[in-house]
Ligand binder design. Structure first.
Ligand code: GDP
Ligand code: MG
Length: 314
């Protein structure tokens, strides 16, 4: 099961209501009706809990990037504890369901009804005991479902560079279709993720606001973890410099950032872009850099080819 698209999880009361409704339909034999109802209730409470635990991916088998992302977004320890709690409840339900229904099967009349009532109370209270865990998992599912869908198995190029230099515009310009704009918990700014298809292979291009756009000293802890997560993917780096003076970030600052990233990712495949070449430039294009304009589509095809070449070396 993909952890981004987990099926809906009911809360404790919804789960109980549905199971009670189903158990109420069991009225087959005259004598064993209480027993049947009890075992139906236990099954209808326990089975969906089992499904929840199974649907969540095995946390130890996640790709290191995904594991970091899940940890930063919802917390791995809390997730583990919640799933553990749900599994405990499932086992309790099975055990209690078996005990009560076999007792009820041997009882008659008033006694059977009494056991049924008692059993219903115990079974539903097991589910209510884990209502916080269910609530946590319901939230976690929503949070995970809203994250950018970066696939750790698909080659990735990231746009790095100061804010406002034109990274998102370039992701849009070279992507097939519209990039999907979403947030990571460690950026709180929208990340756009686009795709390129080349040689029957899907490639990913992402801009990285709040992550590769400022010096290390200005990063908070969460951003540092986000950056560490990104390093698992060994992305190719497209460093965007804006020498038009319109980004609000002086050229020296941008070059210092470039130097710092170079040192942090010494082995990364690297491409230098000078953006907004439709505007007047404050400096001359250095050797090896490519001039682009997202607005006038200058250099965009070349950028796309260069990205493909970095991600799919022959
Ligand atoms: N003149 C010009 N403006 C651009 C170009 N690319 C982006 N911009 C503008 O620069 C601003 C920042 O662009 P954006 O792509 O959001 O930058 P990001 O913050 O690095 O992702 C926006 O107002 C864009 O319209 C370009 O090629 N030429
Ligand atoms: Mg952007």
């Amino acid at each position: 099961m993909e952890w981004r698209s987990l099926p809906e999880i009911l809360d404790a009361e919804q789960l109980i209501e549905r199971a009670l409704h189903r158990a109420a339909k069991k009225r087959s034999g005259k004598f064993d009706s209480a027993a049947r109802k009890l075992s139906s209730l236990a099954d209808n409470l326990g089975a969906p809990l089992g499904v929840i635990v199974e649907d969540f991916p095995s946390l130890d088998q996640l790709h290191p990037f995904d594991r970091d992302i899940v940890n930063l977004s919802v917390g791995l320890d809390e997730l583990r504890q919640s799933l553990g709690g749900i599994d405990w409840a499932r086992q309790q339900l099975q055990k209690l369901g078996g005990q009560f229904s076999s007792k009820a099967a041997r009882a008659r009349g008033e006694r059977a009804l009494q056991l049924q009532k008692q059993g219903y109370g115990r079974l539903t209270s097991v589910v209510r005991q884990v209502s916080d865990r269910l609530e946590f998992l319901r939230d976690a599912r929503k949070t995970l479902g809203r994250l950018p869908a970066v696939d750790p198995e698909t080659p990735l190029a990231v746009m790095a560079g100061a804010p406002n230099v034109g990274k998102s515009s370039l992701v849009r310009a070279i992507s097939t279709g519209r990039p999907v704009v979403r947030e990571y918990p460690f950026t709180t700014k929208s990340v756009s993720l686009g795709h390129i298809t080349a040689r029957y292979q899907k490639l990913q291009v992402m801009d990285t606001p709040g992550l590769l756009d400022r010096p290390d000293a200005q990063r908070n802890n969460i951003e540092k973890h986000g950056l560490a997560a990104l390093e698992h993917l060994a992305p190719a780096i497209v460093f965007v410099t804006d020498a038009s003076g319109t980004s609000g970030y002086p050229l020296e600052g941008q070059q210092a950032l470039r130097e710092e990233l170079h040192q942090r990712f010494p082995d990364a495949r690297w491409l230098d872009i000078w953006s907004k070449c439709d505007l007047e430039q404050e400096a001359t294009l250095p050797e090896g850099a490519l001039a682009t304009s997202a607005t006038e589509e200058t250099g965009v095809a070349e950028l796309k080819q260069a990205v493909i070449k970095m991600l799919l070396p022959d």
